[in-house]
Write a protein that binds this ligand. Structure first.
Ligand code: CAA
Length: 447
């Protein structure tokens, strides 16, 4: 007898209400070619938080939108897991703050919900979904759903190369049995190793070895794919309608997708069909040294990415996954979940019938760990995705000048004491109002 599916039943997103235009505002000040951002990294805008926004307000606002749309109240929720790399407290979890906010606007409360905070860089959003999945599968949920919120202010030190990849926002997901959107596979693959590519040792802004972080991303992703295949069988490009990746910036996905395609087409009809055009894939046993083999691989990949077969696959299975990332930057823990949402929204726009089709979801967190699993799109996906108002939110963002960007970056810098007027006016949302007597952060709902 097959098991009841468990997966994502609802999604809502809350973007930081400001935006930085990379080609038009950032590039001229940095004296860089705008195409470095639009074509190289693949990003147009970063979402940034206004002065009254932070990981709690964005998370609570996304969660409230989700509960309201699903017609749920706190009594329907048995756990709240928050994934973040931007936490401001080493003891009290962000989920308690978010629950506190939500309890201001609902009659019932979350006193019997299990709350926590997950940490493993950007992969912790996916790990929180795992925890919820396992809790439901174990039958400990008492018929209730789990709320998973991935929320981050992904800010870098000004002048750091990562500054061009910043972002801020939250994505809230409801995990339940018989989900409307996607059901998760039991099979998972992991690629995990102790790495020092990107870390925040008790500091707000990350220490980053940018170029190395990209190599580590690719190496762990490859391990995770091999591990996934060891349990779920070999993958083929025809198996998956879309492959959403963790997207620190779309250029990273471009690199990962090419490696991924080489891997999943090796030894298949796809490799055979391409052989007359670009030859077969180099096999290590055919080369006298590792260097010679690696050079042959680079040559093969350069040719592979120019083939119609690869371009068509990329355009169909990968490009739609980065539509939102292009407009918002990196949201760390939320990034791969934005990629999934971007995919599904693009399928709604294209009027594609996705029910029953599969996604291969590739998450990554620095430090470092990749995780790969499959998801099956459920019959209710279109009705669940179509109402999500991403475009309206993104269009409403305030467009910062460079000087304004620097001031708001300072406001969110924990080392600085900067106060400026907000750029936008809050309406029907949670806002940060200041600190309490024990240095706790305080919030209220503004009608
Ligand atoms: N036209 C077109 N393309 C251009 C261009 C132009 N005028 N100028 C540059 N480019 C291209 C470059 O060729 C390069 O592309 P390739 O890598 O394909 O060659 C791309 O634009 C970026 O240019 P640079 O490599 O010169 O950029 P940089 O050195 O200033 O910074 C970075 C790039 C190292 C990734 C930096 O943004 C960074 O440190 N980011 C933070 C770390 C990060 O995101 N790492 C990703 C993996 S780790 C992870 O995924 C976890 C996470 O979320 C942080």
């Amino acid at each position: 007898m097959s098991q009841t599916p468990v997966g994502i039943d609802g999604i809502e997103l809350w973007s930081g209400k400001l935006r930085l235009d990379l080609p038009n505002t950032f590039a001229p000040v940095k004296d860089e070619d705008p195409e470095k951002y639009t074509k190289g990294l693949g990003v147009e805008h970063s979402s940034l938080p206004d002065v009254y926004e932070d990981i709690v307000t964005m998370g609570a606002n996304a969660a409230k939108q989700l509960l309201d749309r699903k017609g749920l109240t706190p009594d329907d929720i048995g756990r709240i897991d928050v994934a973040t790399e931007s936490a401001f407290d080493n003891s009290k979890p962000v989920s308690t703050y978010i629950a506190g906010c939500l309890e201001e606007v609902y009659e019932d409360d979350f006193h019997h919900a299990n709350k926590g905070e997950r940490k493993f860089a950007c992969v912790s959003g996916t790990q929180s979904i795992d925890d919820a999945y396992n809790w439901i599968r174990a039958g400990r949920n008492r018929g209730r759903a789990a709320l998973v919120i991935a929320t981050d202010t992904a800010l870098y030190e000004r002048g750091d190369p990562g500054e061009a990849t910043q972002g801020a926002g939250a994505i809230a997901m409801l995990i339940d049995s018989d989900p409307d959107i996607v059901a998760l596979s039991t099979e998972q693959g992991f690629g995990s190793a102790d790495e020092t590519d990107f870390l925040k040792p008790n500091q707000q802004f990350p220490s980053v070895d940018g170029k190395r972080s990209m190599q580590v991303y690719l190496a762990r992703m490859r391990e995770a794919l091999e591990d996934y295949e060891s349990i779920a069988d070999d993958t083929h490009s025809d198996d998956f309608a879309y492959i959403p990746f963790h997207t620190p910036f779309p250029g990273m996905v471009r690199k990962a997708a090419l490696l991924g395609f080489r891997h999943i087409s090796r030894g298949t009809d796809v490799e055979s069909a391409l052989a007359s055009e670009i030859g077969s894939q180099p096999r290590e046993s055919e080369y006298v040294s590792r260097e010679a083999y690696e050079e042959a691989i680079r040559g093969y990949m350069d040719e592979l990415k120019e083939t119609d077969t690869y371009r068509e696959w990329y355009e169909t299975a990968i490009d739609p996954t980065v539509n939102i990332a292009r407009m918002v930057g990196n949201w760390y823990t939320g990034s791969v979940h934005i990629a999934r949402l971007s995919t599904l929204m693009s399928a709604v726009d294209a009027d594609r019938d996705l029910a029953g089709e599969k996604l291969l979801v590739a998450s990554y967190g620095s430090g470092a760990q990749a995780e790969i699993h499959a998801e099956t799109v459920q019959p209710g996906w279109r009705e669940a995705i179509a109402p999500i108002n991403v475009d309206t939110q993104l269009e409403a963002r305030y467009d910062l000048s460079f000087d304004e960007y620097e001031r708001v970056h300072d406001v969110h810098n924990h080392e600085k004491d900067t106060e400026i007027e907000a750029f936008t006016t809050p309406e029907s949302e949670f806002v940060f109002t200041g600190w309490g007597r024990m240095s706790e952060r305080r919030y209220e709902y503004v009608e």
